[in-house]
Design a protein around this ligand. Sequence first.
Ligand SMILES: Nc1ncnc2c1ncn2[C@@H]1O[C@H](COP(=O)(O)OP(=O)(O)OP(=O)(O)O)[C@@H](O)[C@H]1O
Length: 264
Amino acid sequence: MMNSASDPPDPPAVRAQDLSVVRGPRTVLRSLDFTVPPGQITGLLGPSGCGKSTLMRAIVGTQAKVMGTLEVLGLPAGAAPLRSRIGYVTQAPSVYDDLTVRQNLDYFAAILDPGRAAAERRRATVTRAITDVDLTSHADALAGNLSGGQRSRVSLAVALLGTPELLVLDEPTVGLDPVLRRDLWTLFHTIAADRGATLLVSSHVMDEAERCHRLLLMREGRLLADDTPDALRTRTGAETVEAAFLHLVDEAAAASAPEKERAR
Ligand SMILES: Nc1ncnc2c1ncn2[C@@H]1O[C@H](COP(=O)(O)OP(=O)(O)OP(=O)(O)O)[C@@H](O)[C@H]1O
């Protein structure tokens, strides 16, 4: 949504303040402060195990032991009215193997928009979601016979059904070939531009960072940076986001070294 100079700025899609999460014996997220602006693609990047999925689970309201403030679309994370406003795609595709692509989508569409009177609307929504993820030629194939990448795209289509304001996508491009990865990123940009949706997309592939409007860089449960790719490169004097990330890791290690020395 565009603002004129006199309008108040759009509220953030996500606002976290002093956010921590404990899983089992470990503090997995440590005192995070950040906002996710609306209508843009924010990349959540960091090495495997740094806490990306945990943060996404907290945002969609499926994570226990969340401390601090976490607001999503202006409401506390996990609030019931948010369920229909958020689309969430986990790393494991949530599709029924014994149904076709279209039957999978028909099933979830019937849950979201039930009733005989909505049948025509559901058909249109399902067809659009299948087209969005470029699976029209496989619409009548059994999900169990699809490739891994195609199954992930069925999951994404399910998340698109309700026209969510916030899409939370956990490593949606893992295992996809370069052409499919590029096509999916094009789709993410179309969703943000045409529908004004906010996308939070995690990845541990740093070249995908360059495709985001903003980045949250994480390491070991902490936030190293919350900025645009350009600003990150400029600030660190690095040519790529990957080099900027490594620079920030070294900087954080150097800053914590004297503390560790004092603690001995
Ligand atoms: N159920 C659990 N109990 C205890 N610790 C857990 C549990 N699930 C995850 N963790 C730990 O929490 C940390 C963060 O895990 P998380 O899955 O959020 O990382 P990630 O950045 O998404 O990793 P990946 O990119 O590999 O998916 C890891 O160190 C992991 O071992």
